[in-house]
Design a binder for this molecule. Structure first.
Ligand SMILES: Cc1cc2nc3c(=O)[nH]c(=O)nc-3n(C[C@H](O)[C@H](O)[C@H](O)COP(=O)(O)OP(=O)(O)OC[C@H]3O[C@@H](n4cnc5c(N)ncnc54)[C@H](O)[C@@H]3O)c2cc1C
Length: 397
């Protein structure tokens, strides 16, 4: 069967769904949008397997501004994504946003980086405070500050939420706006010179389009290769562990230890994780949890940083995948010079969920107006990949 659409979005995770929303919502757009999603359960998608947190504590101004827009969008999610028929209750529109902040910790080696990042964050309006070891100790008496030189705490605008709920709200709103979701897999792209003409689906259907968006998350380079483009994005496994602590610790933000280990509350429990050592971080598509990471790296670090974590019990774990940008672990946005009508929104590594609203808006501007209007994200274009000039984000987690 042959189908046709003005915009064909490949991948209906948070990035594809946010892009579809902002395009559909543009008053000047009256075309058809189709999202092709191979798994409507999303059980293997990055979006649903993520730690679902948002921060302004980046060093790159664009990343900070992206998250400032992100938090504003999340706070007003009910205004943006409520259905017109009023059928949703407040509970349906609740994404469980908890603005409990990020706390980034530094020893003497990382102190200057926190200070210079703080200056950039503050200049852009992010509400982040630097805390001395004494101030950290007063505020978080459960924290071992003996080997710390500085902490950086988000007072507002940082925290976590429920990613699956947000995704479902986008999907429902998109359907109301006339976006079609097709449950199928893109297995090929048919191109003619500088344009993709159609996507070939696993069920043998063919969908012709004027504009295509690669929003396939960790599978993004497969889609790129269908258009003979080499995208430096790899699927890399990241494990999240859930643990229980009998002792209560008060007012716990998302803490990023100076070792790179992070933890935060999740209901009655906590979640935690760490990126593996670079020498032990191969491309991977499996979902097997690497328990040695918890036993050998995470638990000793947690017990050192929070002494009551000495006696925690690990109660659950899962593995998901980063779409890991091999050059600089930042987004790759926009078109590649080889193909005019295939837009990329990939390589977000560990921060794509919070970036989805700003990236969705950015893609809609690029596609419908030919340029960024609200926030110039051209630093994330392909040029830096060709020139091998990474965006040097200091706070990659
Ligand atoms: C453990 C972990 C922790 C994270 N923590 C955070 C965090 O705290 N904050 C944050 O901002 N980000 C975090 N991230 C990153 C974030 O989850 C991702 O950057 C974001 O979800 C990417 O969204 P996406 O839509 O690009 O990818 P996905 O959610 O993976 O969606 C892509 C979709 O494309 C579909 N697809 C793929 N190939 C095809 C095809 N050929 N045809 C049709 N459909 C296809 C897939 O089924 C999938 O649903 C984390 C990620 C992980 C793994």
């Amino acid at each position: 069967m042959h189908l046709a659409s003005d915009v064909v979005v490949i991948g209906g995770g948070i990035i594809g769904s946010a892009a579809a929303f902002f395009i559909a919502n543009d008053p000047g757009f009256d075309g058809k949008i189709t999202v092709i999603e191979k798994d409507n359960t999303y059980k293997g998608s990055s979006t649903t397997l993520s730690a679902a947190s948002i921060r302004q504590q980046f060093s790159t101004p664009e990343n900070i501004e992206i998250s400032l827009f992100g938090i504003d969008f999340l706070r007003k999610v009910g205004e943006h994504l409520a259905l017109r028929d009023g059928s949703q209750s407040d509970v349906d529109l609740d994404i469980g946003l908890q603005e409990k902040g990020y706390l980034l910790l530094a020893g003497s080696a990382g102190e200057n980086v926190l200070r210079s990042n703080n200056a950039i964050q503050k200049a852009l309006g992010a509400d982040i405070s630097l805390l001395s070891p004494k101030q950290l100790d007063d505020r978080f008496p459960w924290l071992n500050c003996a080997d710390l030189s500085l902490g950086s705490l988000g007072n507002h605008g940082e925290g976590w939420f429920d990613a699956y709920s947000l995704l479902q709200l986008f999907r429902a709103k998109n359907k109301e706006l006339g976006v079609d979701y097709i449950n199928d897999e893109v297995v090929g792209l048919k191109s003619d010179g500088h344009k993709v003409q159609s996507a070939i689906l696993k069920t043998n259907q063919v969908i012709a389009g004027k504009t295509f968006i690669n929003a396939a998350g960790p599978s993004a380079s497969n889609i790129a290769s269908m258009a003979k483009i080499n995208l430096p994005v790899e699927s890399r496994k990241r494990c999240v562990f859930v643990f229980h602590c009998r002792d209560k610790i008060e007012s716990c933000p998302l803490v990023v230890d100076n070792s790179g280990v992070y933890f935060r509350p999740e209901g009655e429990h906590f979640i935690c994780g760490v990126s593996p050592d670079e020498t032990n971080d191969p491309a991977s598509c499996d979902y097997e949890v690497d328990y040695s990471l918890f036993d050998e790296t995470i638990w000793p670090t947690l017990a050192h940083r929070v002494p009551v974590f000495e006696s925690i019990k690990q109660v659950n774990a899962w593995a998901g995948h980063y779409a890991y940008n091999l050059l600089d672990q930042n987004a790759i946005l926009g078109t590649h010079p080889q193909i005019d009508n295939l837009y990329f929104a990939n390589g977000f590594s560990g921060h794509g969920l919070q970036q989805a609203p700003a990236v969705g808006r950015a893609l809609s501007e690029l596609i419908l107006h030919g340029q960024y209007r609200s926030l110039d994200l051209s630093i994330f274009g392909f040029t830096r990949i060709f020139e091998n000039t990474p965006v040097k984000e200091q706070n990659v987690i």
